[in-house]
Every structure is written in C-alpha cells, then in structure tokens.
Design a protein. Structure first.
Length: 254
C-alpha cells in the first residue's frame, strides 16, 4: 500500500510541476536575458550534434520566442562511431524543429576536434574558431556548457574552456552564460527541478543566475527525435526524465 502512495505522490508532484512550468513563462523571471528592448545575437556553442536538443532546448525556445537571433556553432560532426555525416544532417533537421534558421547553424569538422572520450581539444584553437564566428556574425552573447559540461564529457568541458579563454582575451564586451550542471538527483527529476532552480535563481537577486522554463517541452522530444541515429530507448528515457528537457539554469560568467 505504501508504495502506491509514494508513486502517486511523485506522479502528482511531477504533474503539478509541469503545470507550473507551463505557466511560468507568462511571468518575466528572466529579466536580463529577456530584455525586450534589445534584440540580441546569441551564439550557442556546443560540442556535438544533439547537445542542442538534449540539453539546451529550454534556452533555445526561450530566446526564439522572445525574438532574439539564435545561432548555433557545433564544434564537431560527432564522428565517434563513424556516423558523422549522418549526424550532421540530423542536426540540420533538429534546427528546423527548434525554429532556428538553417543558415544560422555552423558545423565545424576540424581534424584536431574530433568527437570522443579522451580526445583533448586545443583550447586556443577553439577560442580562435569561436572568435571568427562571433566577429563575422556580430554576436553579443555566448551560451555554452559550464566547466563540468552536464554529462562530464571532456569535449563539453573543453568547449567551456575555449569560450572562457576567448572571453578573457576579447577586447569587446561580450556576455557569456554557462549552462549549470546539476547533481544526479536534480538531473533526473524532470520538471520537479523547477523548485530548486527557481529558488536558486531568486537567491541571486543581482541576476547572475537565470532560470529558463521550457514553454514547449514537446518540441524537445521532436528535436531529439530528428537525431535518428541517437534516438535509442535509453536516450528517450533520458529526455523524458532529464531536467534539461524542462528547465535550464544559466549562470553569467565573470
Ligand atoms: C593549439 O592551437 C593553436 C592555435 O591554432 C596553435 O598555435 C598551437 O600550436 C596548438 N597547440 C597544440 C599543443 O597543438
Ligand atoms: C551576485 O550575487 C551572488 C550571490 O548572491 C554573488 O556570489 C556574486 O558575486 C554576485 N555577482 C555580482 C556580479 O555582483
Ligand atoms: Zn555532447
């Protein structure tokens, strides 16, 4: 009997949190990012095709719904299993699902930046590539992984380091925001994570932490399903349970 009670409470909490999430975008919590006065050119820097759909959909949906210009720079074709060319095409399809114009997606295939665990990516090379992109596209805000990179993948962490290296050397003022990596409990709590995220964002009254709720969680599934070569049962489960499908907490990099 007890377990029925536990499961139904979890289910209720899940559904209640999902409802809060759907209502949340109506209130302007994301003050700094959501500024209606200035349209931003935002560059999302990721390591592999599918990072955008697996981790960043709340951010992408938020930015596009507010009319900001979103560009995606993917630093590898994800060729760890030799499926690089397929995954490249899948990323273009995912961009369509995410309402990011295809010409605003750039995929880099550099011999020194190949997908894989244990493949170290040169931070100055990354900084150089990202700098070229922000100069040619007049980018004024970068969003990327934090120093743990959500899953701890070394390519994600190197991308973070490359962006930070660029941020430190850049003359022009450019805002950098990182996607905060959650502990395992929060990572798999789905929409329930909204309570922690909101509390955490609100405790930073200076606006350095922002909580972005996904207005279109279904779009995350649709986008991820475009990555057919990756869309196996455990990733379906991951997308359903992961808090990154429903909420992104972004922290401003100093
Ligand atoms: C890293 O990349 C930079 C810039 O492309 C290059 O000058 C440097 O030699 C590279 N370092 C290593 C260890 O490959
Ligand atoms: C913002 O507030 C947090 C804690 O509330 C603090 O750690 C951080 O240094 C502050 N940042 C700025 C830029 O004032
Ligand atoms: Zn990745």
């Amino acid at each position: 009997m007890a377990w029925i009670l536990i499961i139904s409470s979890i289910l209720l909490l899940w559904i209640f949190s999902l409802c809060i999430l759907l209502l949340l975008p109506r209130f302007s919590f994301a003050k700094h990012l959501g500024s209606a006065f200035r349209k931003r050119n935002v560059l999302l820097v990721i390591a592999h095709p599918d990072d955008e759909s697996m981790f960043f959909t709340p951010t992408i949906n938020f930015l596009t719904s507010k009319g900001h210009n979103v560009q995606i720079l993917c630093l590898s074709i994800g060729d760890a299993d030799g499926k690089g060319n397929i995954r490249k095409k899948e990323l273009f399809q995912a961009c369509v699902a995410l309402k990011v114009p295809m010409q605003q997606l750039k995929i880099v295939n550099h011999p020194d930046l190949q997908d894989g665990f244990g493949k170290v990516w040169n931070h100055s090379l990354l900084a150089k590539i990202i700098e070229e992109e922000i100069t040619s596209c007049c980018v004024d805000m970068i969003i990327t992984f934090d120093n743990y990179g959500v899953s701890g993948h070394c390519n994600h962490r190197d991308v973070h380091c490359g962006v930070c290296m660029l941020h430190d050397t850049l003359q022009r003022d450019i805002e950098v925001w990182e996607l905060v990596s959650n502990n395992i409990l929060r990572k798999y709590s789905g929409p329930v994570d909204i309570w922690w995220s909101l509390f955490w964002a609100m405790s930073h009254s200076n606006g350095t932490v922002q909580c972005l709720a996904n207005e279109h969680s279904r779009r995350s599934f649709i986008a991820m399903a475009q990555h057919s070569s990756q869309w196996v049962w455990f990733r379906k489960l991951f997308v359903a349970l992961s808090s990154y499908t429903y909420i992104n907490t972004l922290r401003k990099v100093k």
